[in-house]
Write a protein that binds this ligand. Structure first.
Ligand code: ARG
Length: 455
């Protein structure tokens, strides 16, 4: 491969550690697109002839077809996708193939390929996140009136609606999409033409290759162009946050499917049975999404560690960017798709959700607010009075609305019959009409707004 300088081939283990073709063959379409843009530019700039350019372009198209038809033989002895394509090009068209690499290096070539690949991965992940948002919004609309306990510290806190809970995730995923769009904007510059690291003495047109590949502009500094992997790290960072969000939702689904909750039901399509316990219906997809977050977060870590000690510019260490990138992108795509299926499949168990609101004195805050509003009590005092009433209910083993007016008056003589109007969970939920609040009317508005903003 290296012509003049090398007399002997590499040791077997050298070939094994060096070769990336086993995984970077996934870059074939980007590699060929980059080569075609480069070739067309070389012709336009009269750096290579029309005839050679035409032969190269036809050859590259033939290789693309061979690869897509599964008829291409990838060789580890040719190290990577770049050399595999170029070697095949030489077999197909002979001498002109050797002119393609004029004013280019594998360093700007691989940087271009990986950018193109990552950009496509960002776009498809963002699309899938939109589908997941649509499924969540669908649940929010269907369950805008469904009351359930809202939690802090996983302690029942105040009643909310299931729809409101779903829309919280829609917001999280909206920020995730924003992070992807943001990293896409920054990554969309072309490294091509940086050559090995210093640029080239040929009169190339970097703007032309950048436009041909739908980049916004050429990267400004040739050394940065070949040594930068920030765009992969940004994608993995955004991906790690996405994986974390999916994992939190998975954890809730796992809890909600358990006997202590029974808040939702998943159909046979998204559960599995147990080989020994016939009664079981396990939320495996949710557990796997929760588990796979580890891989995505690990991918970010592994590339950060690869990059942290590298001097300028390219180092072969950077070949280690691809496996974590590919694995994280595949994992995220799979997890988002599975989550979308699960969310659409999930059936809120309205009875169990409502029943759960009977425990935990969820309307205690409403009682305190009533004391403030009707008796003009300072909130701190109302909090104290309510605490005493809760304590009494706890001792009696009943809910707040099960206490008699006389019981409550013993603690606070100013309390009137009217207090019972705020002690039901439906009223508590309906009263939280502040912007971004859980009142069903707000939830319906928020779902409609989310459709406008996100779908
Ligand atoms: N397979 C290499 C990589 O993935 C391509 C670039 C090789 N460049 C070089 N100077 N050896 O990074």
């Amino acid at each position: 491969m290296w012509g003049g300088r090398f007399a002997a081939g590499p040791a077997e283990v050298m070939e094994r550690i060096n070769a990336s073709i086993g995984f970077d063959k996934r870059l074939y379409a980007q590699d060929i697109a980059g080569s075609k843009a480069h070739c067309a530019m070389l012709v336009h700039q009269r750096i290579i002839s029309q005839e050679d350019g035409a032969a190269i372009l036809a050859g590259l198209d033939a290789i693309l077809s061979e690869i897509e038809a599964g008829q291409f033989e990838f060789k580890a002895s040719l190290e990577d996708i770049h050399m595999n394509v170029e070697a095949r090009l030489a077999e197909l068209i002979g001498e002109p193939a050797g002119r393609l690499h004029t004013a280019r290096s594998r360093n700007d070539q691989v940087a271009t390929d990986v950018r193109l690949w990552t950009r496509a991965a960002v776009d498809s992940l963002e699309n899938s996140l939109r589908d997941l948002q649509a499924a969540l919004i669908g649940q929010a609309e269907a369950e805008a009136d469904t009351v359930m306990p809202g939690y802090t510290h996983l302690q029942a806190a105040q009643p909310v609606t299931f729809g409101h809970h779903m829309l919280a995730y829609v917001e999280m995923l909206g920020r995730d999409r924003g992070r992807l769009q943001d990293c896409r904007r920054r990554m969309n510059e072309s490294p091509l033409g940086a050559a090995a690291l210093a640029g080239t003495s040929f009169d190339i047109d970097r703007q032309a290759t950048a436009s041909a590949l739908d980049f916004d502009r050429p990267m400004a500094n040739s050394m940065d162009a070949v040594s930068d992997r920030d765009y992969v790290l940004e994608f993995l960072s955004a991906g790690a946050i996405i994986a974390m969000h999916l994992s939190r939702l998975s954890e809730e689904i796992v809890l909600w499917c358990s006997a202590g909750f029974r808040f939702v039901e998943l159909s046979d399509a998204f559960t599995t049975g147990s080989s020994i316990m016939p009664q079981k219906r396990n939320p495996d997809a949710a557990e796997l999404i929760r588990g796979k977050a580890g891989r995505v977060i690990g991918a970010l870590n592994s590339l950060l560690v690869v990059m942290k000690g590298l001097p300028m510019t390219y180092g072969k260490d950077m070949q280690e960017d691809k496996e974590p990138l590919f694995d994280a992108a595949d994992t995220l795509q799979l997890c988002v798709t599975a989550m979308t299926g699960m969310v659409a499949d999930m059936k809120a168990n309205r009875g169990a959700l409502k029943a759960a609101t009977a425990h935990g004195f969820l309307t205690a805050t409403d009682l305190a607010d009533w004391l403030v509003r009707v008796l003009d009590m300072p909130f701190r005092r109302a909090h104290h009075v309510t605490g005493s009433i809760v304590k009494l209910a706890e001792e009696r083993g009943c809910g707040l609305s099960d206490l008699s007016l006389a019981d409550m008056r013993e603690i606070e003589p100013g309390i009137t019959e009217d207090v019972f109007s705020v002690l039901t969970v439906e009223n508590a939920v309906a009263s939280r009409t502040s912007a971004g609040g859980t009142a069903p009317e707000r939830v319906r508005e928020a779902a409609a707004a989310a459709k406008e903003r996100f779908l």
